[in-house]
Design a protein around this ligand. Sequence first.
Ligand code: 5GP
Length: 179
Amino acid sequence: MERPEIGEVVYTEEQIRSKVGDLARRITEDYREGAEGSPLLLIGILKGAFIFLADLARLIDVPLEFDFMAISSYGSATKTSGVVRILKDLDKDITGRHVLLVEDIIDTGLTLNYLLRSLTARGPASLEICALLNKQVANKVELPVKYEGFSIPDVFVVGYGLDCAESYRNLPYIASVKK
Ligand code: 5GP
């Protein structure tokens, strides 16, 4: 298939698989103790996290439940606006629950910062962040990212759930986009 906009492969399928496995092992270790309470709740941030969440969840060996939030902070451009809109909120109450927020990529941190504050106010028993990619950018909002996959340079990437104007989410690898 013609993919004129796709540049270099940044992470191969194999590198992603190995990293997702590492993250899942750490999460399994950390939440094994608490497994007798209500199951760990994975919250996927749509749409970008859907593939990462699906792969990660199948490798986590503790009971899980799922919920999703859809937010908009980007439109189809490649610049963050700082304005976060909740397009779809959680279905269930998270009060007293152990929650793990699963995100595809952190850029400025504005989106997750907003979500963290919104979710913390709902009184979860615990709330941690798992992000596959964390960009090294200036003026970043510092976030407590407990589970980080790759720390990447400030380039716009697509694939493995990440889009460019809604395309390329199904690429099995992560690649840069040509200018
Ligand atoms: P932040 O609020 O941290 O600046 O931006 C987070 C959101 O911006 C991500 O959830 C993602 O939707 C989008 N984003 C940031 N960097 C990239 C990128 O390199 N590629 C794609 N496809 N989306 C990005």
